[in-house]
Design a protein. Structure first.
Length: 149
């Protein structure tokens, strides 16, 4: 069973009329956009990602749809970095909606991300500052020669 235990970051996700399909719920393809919104805010507010120094590309995405989200729902995304490697890391998500004052889990997901140097046109090590921010915020143990406390 999926729980929000271990997630330290939460942000709201606005549901737009354009997100809704003919059946009255959020279209399945829109969930990746919700993950992107949550991930971008997390990187800006918590990780302080420097886009001038290094880019990030998504190499894979996983989504598990548990309950539909509708236009009138109040939705939040929980976000966390769950794995940190040399040049890649995983970001996990839980989308919840408020129902009678309680949070109800609707969707879970994961994106595998790779740090990417657009000048050299290849993957590159995660910058130390951002790696340290991820590790400290998420309380992850990272055993890597370039990791610095």
């Amino acid at each position: 069973m999926c729980t929000i235990d271990g997630y330290h970051y939460k942000t709201s996700i606005p549901i737009r009329f354009a997100d809704i399909d003919a059946f009255g719920h959020v279209n399945n393809a829109i969930y990746l956009t919700y993950f992107e919104i949550a991930r971008s805010i997390y990187w800006k507010e918590i990780i302080k990602w420097d886009w001038n120094e290094m880019g990030i590309i998504v190499r894979r995405s996983e989504i598990e749809y548990l309950k539909p989200i509708r236009l009138e729902d109040e939705v939040y995304a929980y976000v966390r970095t769950s794995r940190i490697g040399h040049s890649s890391f995983d970001v996990e998500y839980i989308l919840v909606k408020k129902t009678n004052g309680k949070e109800e889990i609707c969707t879970t997901g994961l994106t595998g991300c790779v740090t990417y140097d657009y000048i050299l046109n290849k993957s590159a090590p995660i910058p130390i500052y951002q790696k340290n921010k991820m590790q400290a915020f998420e309380a992850l143990n990272v055993r890597s020669p370039e990791f610095q406390v």
